[in-house]
Ligand binder design. Structure first.
Ligand SMILES: Cc1cc2nc3c(=O)[nH]c(=O)nc-3n(C[C@H](O)[C@H](O)[C@H](O)COP(=O)(O)O)c2cc1C
Length: 437
């Protein structure tokens, strides 16, 4: 931003048409959007118009069981979708969620670095280890490996990926047609890795992009996740419904700081922000009620029950969550500790489920006018606990233009958001240094 003031980093997380499962039933929404390249191109262009740092795609490699009523079940591979968006955008970062549990590091290194080349230095990889047992069946397993094993594999996986990404030095290609020398001696280093999960001996075919290395994100807040974040991540996607949960996450992340290379920039912390936006607070509440009616509170109850291992029918809107019946350690083992901690932190207030659901299902939730959203963002940002937000919009194609036209100018006015892209790469947008070779 031309000066050294901190500024807010914004991502658009687009797991389908929006946070509402019934978003596809909205009059002007293309129900099959997420199964088309055009959908991702439209969103990336609109987020770029809002000067967002990144267009972010969460992902799960499994068909959702409720495909009969859930349009989100039909969607593209995130790397392919982002490659389409890369060709129709110039500045916005492109971050793909790809699991370390169900991929091989050689293929992952090559596809993400290829996206980085195609986009001229705008690619990012969001590391997840998954907890969805339906994925295991797609890969010939009866159950998902234990969390500890998934994170041990993830740590080795990320080591191999970064080694492969460094196969070519940035100036390796000299392409001297007269002498016939394409790349200089010593400019290509093959990986020689013999580990518990992988043996990789060879090099990647993809030279570095303008930003050197793709940006690494990570999502998951158990101790394995925090260790991985410190060791490999430039930025993290976090579930924090309250400032206390964000503070708790920061403290726990710092608790694993010994895993971070000395002198490396601090991890950029981006919590999810689930928004229902309208021109006034009252209108936003009405919009929320309308969307809730179509979706029915059942889907949110099912979501919370699924995270806590309870039967949705045991959750009553006018009663607090029966936390005494939840084995939190067990749930943290088989689900995402990040989300569990966030939901429990809120449920401990003892408020009835109906109120908790109003506060969201795992992420900071704001229902309000552009000013209310800007006030919340500014207040959280001013604490220094978060560096920005990964937006999750109720019905993306309805709310994103409103966010770009109404919220962005307020944030710019307050001096906490960029007025133009200063650089061309995702590293530039996030204020990250170019990696050294
Ligand atoms: C904010 C957030 C976003 C996540 N996004 C995804 C995702 O898109 N796909 C996925 O398979 N897992 C996702 N996960 C879960 C991760 O796979 C995580 O590695 C796993 O659940 C273990 O989580 P834990 O370390 O929080 O216990 C996410 C987790 C968090 C906290």
């Amino acid at each position: 931003m031309g000066d050294n003031r901190r500024h807010l980093h914004l991502g658009l997380n687009a797991p389908g048409l929006g946070t509402y499962r019934s978003a596809w039933r909205r009059p002007d929404v293309d129900p099959a959007g997420p199964a088309t390249g055009e959908f991702y191109i439209r969103l990336a262009q609109e987020a770029e118009r809002g000067l967002f740092d990144a267009f972010f795609l969460a992902d799960q490699q499994a068909l959702d069981p409720d495909w009969q009523t859930n349009s989100g079940a039909a969607r593209l591979d995130p790397v392919i979708a982002l490659t389409a968006a890369a060709a129709h955008t110039r500045s916005i970062g492109l971050v793909a969620t790809v699991s370390t549990t169900w991929h091989h590091p050689y293929n992952l290194a090559r596809s993400i670095q290829s996206l980085d080349r195609v986009s001229h230095g705008r690619a990012g990889w969001n590391i997840v280890t998954n907890h969805n047992p339906r994925i295991a069946a797609n890969f010939g397993l009866d159950s998902i490996p234990e969390k500890a094993e998934r994170y041990a594999r993830a740590a080795e996986f990320a080591d191999v990926v970064e080694s492969l990404w460094r196969t070519w030095t940035p100036d390796a290609i000299v392409a001297d047609k007269a002498t016939g020398v394409f790349a200089t001696v010593g400019s290509v280093t093959e990986t020689a890795h013999d580990g518990e999960f992988f043996r990789v001996h060879g090099g990647s075919t993809v030279p570095p992009s303008e930003q050197g290395l793709p940006v690494v994100f990570q999502a998951g807040a158990s101790s394995g996740g925090l260790e991985l974040a410190n060791r490999h991540a430039d930025a993290v996607f976090v579930s924090a419904m309250t400032l206390d949960a964000a503070r708790d996450y920061r403290q726990r992340l710092a608790g694993h700081a010994s895993a971070r290379a000395p002198g490396r920039h601090p991890v950029i912390v981006l919590p999810g922000a689930a928004l229902t936006l309208a021109s006034t607070d009252a209108e936003a509440s009405r919009r929320r009620a309308t969307l809730d009616d179509i979706d029915g509170s059942l889907s949110s109850r099912q979501y919370i029950a699924g995270r806590l291992g309870l039967d949705p029918d045991d959750l009553h809107p006018d009663q607090p969550l029966p936390l005494h019946r939840v084995d939190l350690d067990e749930r943290a083992k088989v689900n995402s500790e990040g989300f569990i901690r966030s939901i429990v932190a809120l449920a401990e207030s003892g408020r009835p489920l109906r109120e908790l659901l109003r506060d969201g299902t795992g992420h900071l939730t704001v229902v309000g006018s552009p000013k209310t959203v800007a006030d919340t963002f500014e207040r959280w940002f001013a604490t220094g606990l978060v560096d920005g937000f990964n937006l999750m919009l109720d019905v993306i194609e309805e709310s994103l233009p409103l966010f770009v036209e109404e919220v962005v100018p307020i944030l710019q006015e307050r001096g906490i958001y960029r007025r133009k892209y200063e650089g061309t790469t995702l590293r530039d947008h996030l204020g990250l240094p170019r990696p050294h070779w």
